[in-house]
Design a binder for this molecule. Structure first.
Ligand code: ZN
Ligand code: ZN
Ligand code: ZN
Length: 516
């Protein structure tokens, strides 16, 4: 991993938080208030402002590594931060924290050789990473009996060798690490999952009300992820399971939901239609009956814009109408994915554009880095659609029918698929469908959802969207990088810890940009 790469990632992250991909400000504030329990405990112990001196401590403060907190053997070399500036830079780049309290007698001033070597090697671009993503954080201890690391940790000489007892490094109010959260995750057979969702919520300090969350399941050839998204997106997204080993199929998804004890929580589930297919046990691929709500015939092209209502799917009978497996999730518990529907509408619109038209040429010029094949197939991502929507030139290059279709598509995105639902949303949608028909756009499953199942959409699609799940990918990027893409208990624990830590920073620096 090169430095350039690393910087780029930090930049993306920062830009993301400033722009589209940021948590709502209210969001983090509210997590902040929720974590009051934890903060309150700490404050309580810290308010006794006794000036603790290291002279009285059983061990010397500077016998401990500031970064990992481990005891540095008397004969081992240790490295002062005042003379090792590269190390300080590496620490900042890795943890996104500065080395603090160096003028205080209660904070260690040195790093052990292990931390120094690993951090500096990583900083040079070598493929190395620390065993943890959250370093020890030091605060002034309040008493030598149960809140002083330098008195509590006992590094006395002990027998060396295999059976030697390891030195214990406890979490104290004056110094903590992430272990509190990593215990809620288990890694087994390549799947890292939360083993106690209720407990995790309690430890973070958020009430565990399943109806206030939705489970986003995302699978690709690379990985399978399950993330809890908060309805209304006030709280940050919480990862519950991750695997790079599991295949993208019915059995894997069933297994993941079982490990998470889905039946107990019955969260509403959101994902793309491929995922929805797995969840209700339908056959994958291009099938005759791909809709999980009705028996819409995807191959009866001539009927598509004519016939609006189709026989409802009643019961999922294995072997009939493309049902292959026992449903895992009830159809009623599946939420419509507005982002994927938006992408699907765009796709059909662009595919219906004439390829020799000035508008098509314009798209090629507008996205020089996109391959022509992708543009032909109408494959765009959310931010690209936003860019086209903002263009004043694009609509001018369309013919009358195309322009009508485009303007009505824009109206549906603004007035229905986003954060607000216009009172005349039904009119907007039917208007767009009429124009799509005239322009010759094919009816795909996503277009069908608007055509036949408008009543299945939530009132505020923004609050129930799967877009937050896509943002989550941005948020965990730093962590994935530190752990070299390997999700494990510690990474999950560190990530949760960072959510709490960041929300407290946000409180202190309200006006500044927040760095994760
Ligand atoms: Zn002490
Ligand atoms: Zn260390
Ligand atoms: Zn249908």
């Amino acid at each position: 991993m090169t430095e350039r790469l690393r910087n780029n990632d930090f930049k993306t992250k920062e830009a993301g938080l400033r722009g589209d991909y940021g948590l709502k400000r209210g969001a983090a504030d509210s997590l902040g208030s929720m974590r009051a329990t934890i903060a309150e405990k700490r404050r309580h112990l810290c308010c006794a402002k006794s000036k603790m001196a290291s002279k009285k401590c059983k061990n010397n403060v500077n016998s401990f590594c500031y970064i990992c907190g481990e005891f540095i053997k008397v004969r081992a070399k240790k490295f002062s931060f005042s003379t090792n500036l590269k190390l300080c830079e590496a620490y900042k780049a890795y943890f996104n924290l500065t080395i603090r309290s160096q003028d205080k007698i209660w904070a260690p001033k040195f790093s052990c050789g292990n931390c120094k070597n690993t951090l500096e090697a990583w900083y040079r671009g070598e493929k190395k990473c620390m065993k943890f993503a959250v370093p020890r954080i030091w605060r002034e201890p309040t008493n030598h009996i149960n809140d002083c690391y330098f008195c509590v940790v006992d590094p006395r000489k002990r027998r060396a060798g295999k059976n030697a007892k390891k030195i214990e490094y406890p979490d104290l109010p004056s110094t903590t690490r992430h272990e509190i959260f990593s215990g809620f995750f288990t890694k087994e057979d390549g799947l890292c999952y939360c083993n106690d969702v209720k407990g995790l919520f309690a430890a973070i300090g958020i009430p565990c009300v399943p109806s206030e969350w939705r489970l986003f399941i995302d699978s690709s050839t690379r990985s399978l992820k399950a993330v809890l998204l908060h309805n209304g997106n006030t709280f940050p997204s919480l990862p519950l399971a991750h695997s790079v080993m599991l295949k993208e199929n019915y059995e894997s998804i069933k297994m993941v939901l079982q490990t998470l004890k889905y039946e107990e929580y019955a969260w509403p589930v959101i994902g793309d239609f491929k995922m929805v297919g797995f969840l209700v046990g339908m056959q994958g691929g291009y099938t005759k009956y791909p809709c999980y709500l009705c028996l819409w015939d995807s191959r009866a092209d001539t009927l598509h814009y004519k016939q609006q209502s189709w026989p409802e799917r009643i019961g999922f009978q294995i072997g009939k109408h493309n049902v292959q497996n026992e449903p895992i999730v009830k159809a009623d518990d599946i939420l419509m994915p507005p982002l994927h529907i938006k992408l699907g509408l765009m796709k059909q619109f662009v595919k219906a554009l004439r390829q020799d038209s000035p508008a098509f040429e314009y798209l090629k010029r507008f996205f020089p880095k996109l391959s022509e094949a992708k543009i032909k197939a109408g494959i765009f991502v959310g931010p690209q659609i936003k860019k086209i929507m903002a263009s004043e030139e694009f609509p001018e290059l369309l013919n009358t029918y195309e322009k009508q279709a485009w303007l009505s598509l824009k109206a549906v995105i603004h007035g229905f698929l986003g954060n607000k639902k216009d009172t005349n949303y039904k009119e907007l949608v039917s208007n767009m469908l009429d124009n799509f028909k005239v322009m010759g756009c094919r009816m795909s499953l996503k277009v069908h959802m608007l055509h036949a199942h408008l009543d299945q959409f939530k009132d505020n699609l923004g609050a129930y969207s799967e877009e937050q799940g896509e943002r989550f990918h941005q948020d965990v990027m730093d962590f994935e990088q530190r752990y070299q893409g390997q999700y494990n208990e510690n990474m999950m624990g560190d990530y949760i810890w960072s959510l709490i830590r960041e929300s407290s920073y946000l409180h202190r620096r309200k006006t500044k940009i927040v760095h994760f």
